[in-house]
Design a protein around this ligand. Structure first.
Ligand SMILES: Cc1ncc(COP(=O)(O)O)c(C=O)c1O
Length: 396
């Protein structure tokens, strides 16, 4: 067996299941889950139609590169959304079967195991796939803590020049899971300068880019690169998903775009990895990227939930309206694991302890003392969950 499998950490939801199993919930309450970030709004009907109308495509093997129709729709979307100069659909974009697999696979493509030390930087707290990808690529992980003093920005200054010299890949997540923090142009300038100096690849996870308050669309990495004169997107690859934007987490559809030299190698890797997108999924995805109306309606539903829930949670826990994404990141007055366990036992509401999303680095786990609330359930359920959280927090 691959010994690196032993280096993997248990997934947060496995830990949550074990935590809840040790103190069963009061069955007098309907269960409400705010723990998993799975979109729950209905999939738009036109995507169902596009998928079924393309079922004849099941009779062909798809190419890893995907159809030109899909790549063209993605490039057109990138230009509409970010104002970037049109990307070349032949070399600067690739479809992926959900960003999860692609965020994993990119590390297998980029990491050079023959280096004396190969390191990957992850924000902390973070989406656990980054860490597993790094470990299975034979790399070590450096955890760069978010800094509440800097409005939850990632503290890259904590990494020493000697450490940077060994870094081959940096994962960024903007808008961030769990804080909703969006990287600024200044943040990108700093990271690009570090990449120029040390030669690492930046993997920018932007799967929450379309969940925001309509007045302020988050800055994207390709947009930032172009505004800073990096028109070839040197050492930058951006990952975007339909799962949250179009409420299709089961479709498994996203894309990667950016540096064509990296994408050529990624295409080679993916040809062997065998993760080409099914033709009906490609057809439905092209239609989804071409439509914005459903995305605007989707955002309106999240806005309604934040407006209803945030003030209630703020009456008992320190939290703020995030810049983007669909999470509230709230401080707990007691240990976050105990908070989540007692809340579940007393009121049958599942929230995720922040410490499960982080690792101890620089002497502490920056997720500790927080819980993540995913506002994915219908508004009435989110509201009911918030009322139960208020009752529980007042009883502590
Ligand atoms: C930060 C982050 N990145 C990527 C993903 C994966 O999304 P998908 O594989 O559905 O594109 C998730 C899923 O929850 C996520 O939270």
């Amino acid at each position: 067996m691959n010994p690196d499998l032993k280096r993997l950490h248990p997934y947060p939801f496995e830990r949550l299941r074990a935590l809840f199993a040790s103190a069963p919930a009061d069955a007098g309450y309907e269960p409400i889950s705010l723990s998993i970030g799975e979109p729950k709004h209905p999939t738009p009907a036109f995507i169902h139609v596009a998928l079924t109308e393309a079922l004849s495509g099941l009779a062909q093997y798809p190419s890893t590169l995907g159809s030109l129709e899909l790549r063209g729709a993605i490039c057109a979307w990138l230009t509409r959304r970010y104002g970037v100069a049109p990307l070349d659909p032949e070399t600067q974009v690739l479809p992926v079967t959900g960003t999860r697999e692609a965020l994993f696979a990119i590390a297998q493509t980029v990491i050079d195991r023959s280096a004396r030390q190969a390191r990957v930087v992850c924000p902390n707290p973070f989406y656990q796939i980054y860490e597993g990808a790094a470990l299975l690529a034979g790399a070590e992980v450096l955890y760069a803590n978010i800094d509440p003093e800097q409005d939850d920005a990632v503290d890259y200054a904590s990494i020493t020049p000697a450490q940077w010299a060994t870094v081959q890949l940096v994962y960024t997540c903007s808008p961030a899971n769990p804080t909703g923090k969006v990287m600024t142009l200044e943040d990108w300038r700093l990271l690009f300068a570090l990449s120029d100096r040390y030669g690492f690849v930046i993997v920018s996870d932007e799967c929450y880019s379309e969940i925001y308050c309509d007045e302020s669309p988050p800055l994207g990495s390709l947009e930032a690169a172009q505004r800073l004169g990096r028109t070839d997107f040197e050492r930058l690859v951006c990952f975007t998903s339909l799962s949250k934007r179009s409420n299709v987490p089961g479709l498994r559809s996203g894309f990667v775009a950016g540096d064509r030299r990296i994408l050529a190698q990624f295409l080679l890797y993916r040809t062997y990895h065998g993760c080409a997108m099914s033709p009906p999924v490609q057809a439905a995805s092209a239609k989804a990227w071409a439509d914005e109306e459903h995305v605007v309606l989707n955002r309106a539903q999240y806005r309604q939930k934040f407006a209803a829930v945030t003030p209630l949670i703020q009456s008992v826990l320190a939290t703020k309206q995030p810049e983007a994404a669909f999470y509230l990141w709230a401080r707990t007055p007691i240990d976050d694991e105990v908070f989540a366990q007692q809340l579940h036992a007393a009121y049958n509401v599942a929230v995720l302890p922040g410490s499960y999303l982080g690792r101890t680095s620089q002497g502490h786990n920056p997720g500790r003392g927080h819980v993540r609330l995913a506002l994915v359930a219908p508004v009435q359920q989110c509201l009911e969950a918030a009322e139960r959280i208020v009752r529980y927090a007042r009883s502590i």
